[in-house]
Design a protein around this ligand. Structure first.
Ligand SMILES: Cc1ncc(COP(=O)(O)O)c(C=O)c1O
Length: 401
């Protein structure tokens, strides 16, 4: 029997067709597929600009550097990040030469606790980085209100929440600039990759330059997509603007093969999202009767969760431990993952010291949380197997006590 995994990449005839079209075109560097992917992804998140990157991490890094350049932030600038997220969020702040300041998370939604944000704001705070963990949108009304009150920018980390919706608006549309990951296990995938989205023309230009070695030329026609077309601006400077570097940039672009995959995935998006939601409902219905032991996903009726995964947290760790249930599930072919441990990572202990105890909710999630898959590749039988296996574990444990 195959493992019931946490992640999945849907490869239909459409993905194959577009990738083959890219191969047949002879163009592998960013071209029409990348451009289409960027435009569609941005449009679906109600943003003007999409800039495809080679990872979610690079999308966040560049988003932060673009803001840093635009607003002249320095190395003392502080960015508020949740104490539960994948390490890439806070790493990106440090890669951009600034300081992450952690805020504990809400025990029901696992997202940044908006009640705790204000006490972390200092004269050096420049931005809030809400992370829509596991596909669940953060409380954006409160975050926007606080950001406005203190003059802070917002950078949404939408890596886990493509197409999730908060009060009728998609995530990524609440911030100055946002980053997403399209790594394999994510809702839609380009294999590896990420996308920056923004409505701000200036930030988009800086970001497009930064991902391509710091080029002066950021016009989408000539930088990559249509280099055969002669651009009037290009030769007006002493050097061809495409090869004139004006900032210390990176090589963070994707190519046509990833772009082709991305376009196909966006065309399959409704199937992907709807199946994930339906699968999560099957798990929730099947696990309702064990809610006194396991905290199931909770989300208010005004959000649309995109269920990148299905998080569970043990309510009473005296009845059984996370490792016991996880071991049992893994032995029964059900894959699990810890729920984004961050502050106890060896490298963070080295950088920040032993601070996890100051974040009790994050610590509780870290000790008691795990997730299972609810992706669009799972069958009803596999979902039922997850439910049955959890029941079997609990029955044994409760009987033993
Ligand atoms: C919340 C979050 N932010 C950022 C990233 C980084 O994305 P990538 O692995 O594509 O660099 C991830 C990846 O899993 C993530 O979950």
């Amino acid at each position: 029997m195959n493992k019931i995994g946490v992640g999945y990449a849907l490869i239909t005839d459409l993905e194959k067709k577009y990738v083959n079209m890219a191969l047949d075109s002879g163009r592998l560097s960013p071209g029409p597929f990348v451009q289409k992917f960027e435009k569609k992804f941005a449009e679906m998140h109600k943003q003007k600009y999409g800039i495809a990157c080679n990872s979610g991490t690079s999308s966040l890094h560049v988003a932060l550097e673009a803001l840093k350049e635009k607003y002249s932030w320095d190395q003392n600038s502080e960015v508020l990040v949740p104490a539960i997220t994948f390490i890439a969020t806070s790493n990106a702040v440090m890669h951009a030469g600034m300081k992450p300041v952690f805020v504990d998370v809400d025990s029901r939604t696992y997202n940044i606790d908006t009640k705790l944000i204000e006490e972390k704001i200092t004269e050096n705070t420049v931005a809030i980085m809400p992370v829509h963990t596991f596909g669940q949108p953060c409380e954006m009304d409160s975050i926007v209100k606080i950001a406005t009150k203190y003059g802070l920018k917002i950078v949404e980390d939408c890596a886990e929440a493509h197409f999730a919706v908060y009060k009728g608006r998609p995530v990524a549309s609440f911030s100055n600039i946002a980053g997403s990951s399209t790594y394999v296990a994510h809702t839609i995938t380009t294999g590896i990759g990420g996308v920056i989205t923004t409505d701000d023309t200036n930030l988009a230009e800086i970001a497009r330059s930064l991902i391509a070695h710091g080029r002066a030329c950021t016009c989408e026609n000539c930088i990559a997509y249509n280099s055969k077309q002669v651009c009037k601006l290009r030769m007006q400077t002493e050097m061809d603007r495409r090869f004139m570097m004006i900032r210390l940039g990176y090589s963070y672009r994707i190519g046509e093969l990833e772009g082709a995959l991305g376009v196909a995935q966006l065309e399959n998006k409704d199937f992907i999202i709807n199946t994930r939601k339906a699968n999560a409902k099957i798990l929730t219905d099947g696990l309702k009767d064990v809610e006194q032991y396991l905290q199931l996903p909770y989300y208010p009726e005004y959000v649309e969760h995109s269920f990148m995964m299905y998080p569970l947290v043990i309510k009473d760790d005296k009845a059984f431990t996370r490792n016991e249930i996880v071991k049992y599930l893994e032995q029964n072919n059900i894959e699990t993952r810890p729920m984004l441990p961050l502050l106890n990572q060896p490298i963070y202990k080295e950088i920040f010291g032993d601070i996890e105890k100051d974040y009790p909710v994050a610590q509780w999630i870290n000790n008691n949380g795990f997730y299972v898959g609810c992706h669009h590749g799972l069958s009803k039988e596999e979902l039922n197997m997850i439910i049955k296996t959890i029941h079997a574990f609990l029955e044994n444990r409760i009987k033993d006590k």
